[in-house]
Design a protein around this ligand. Sequence first.
Ligand SMILES: [Zn+2]
Length: 218
Amino acid sequence: MKLENEDALDNYIICHRCFTLQKEQPLKDGSSAYCVGCGSKLYRYDSKLIDNALAWSITGLIFFLLANTFPLIKIDMLGTEQFITLPKTIFSLFENGFYLVGFLCLFLIFIFPLMIFLINIVLFSLLKFQRGESLTKELLILLSHISPWSMADIFFISLLVALVKLIAFGQIHIGISFWALMAFVMIDIYITKSIRIPEIWMLRKKIFFKMGTQKELA
Ligand SMILES: [Zn+2]
C-alpha cells in the first residue's frame, strides 16, 4: 500500500488484535466498526462520548482528591491508634530510606493518575468547546505515553492483601479514603476500558475537520 504523505495515514486504522491496516469508514451515531480479518471491534462513533468522558474524569478527580485527604485506615494495635493516609504511606517510604520504592509509588500511584485525570479534563473540555486543535493532539500523544503507567488499581489490590494480613495483628477500621480510592479505581478502569484513545483521536479529527469545512464555506 502506498501513502502520499503522513496525513493520509489518518484515514487508516490498525486492528489491535491482528494488526491489519484498514480504511476508516464513516459511521452512524452509536454504531461500531469491526475488523474484516478477525472480527474484533475497531472503533465506534458516539457523539455523547466527550460529555460522558468529561463527567467521569471530573468525578474521578474528586474521588482522587478525597482519597488523598482523609485517612485510609485506622489501626488499633496494643492500645495505640494509628491513622494511615495515602501521602503518609509514600512519605514513610522516603523516611525509612526506601527511595527507589518511594519514587516508584509517588509516580505510579500519585503523579501519573493525577496527570491522567487532569489531562482528560483539559482534553475533553477543549474538544467539547471545539478549541485547541494542536494542543488536543499533543495531549492525546502524552496520554498514550503515560496511561500504561498509572497503577492505582494494582496499589488498591495490594492494599486489600495488606489489610487481610494486618487483621491478624490488631483492629482495622476502614476510613473514608478507602472508599474514595475504591470509587476512583473503578472510574479509572471504566475510563480506560470504555474510552479508548483511537476513538477520541477520531472524534477530535471529526470535530476539527467539520470546523475547517465550515470556515471554508463561510
Ligand atoms: Zn483484526
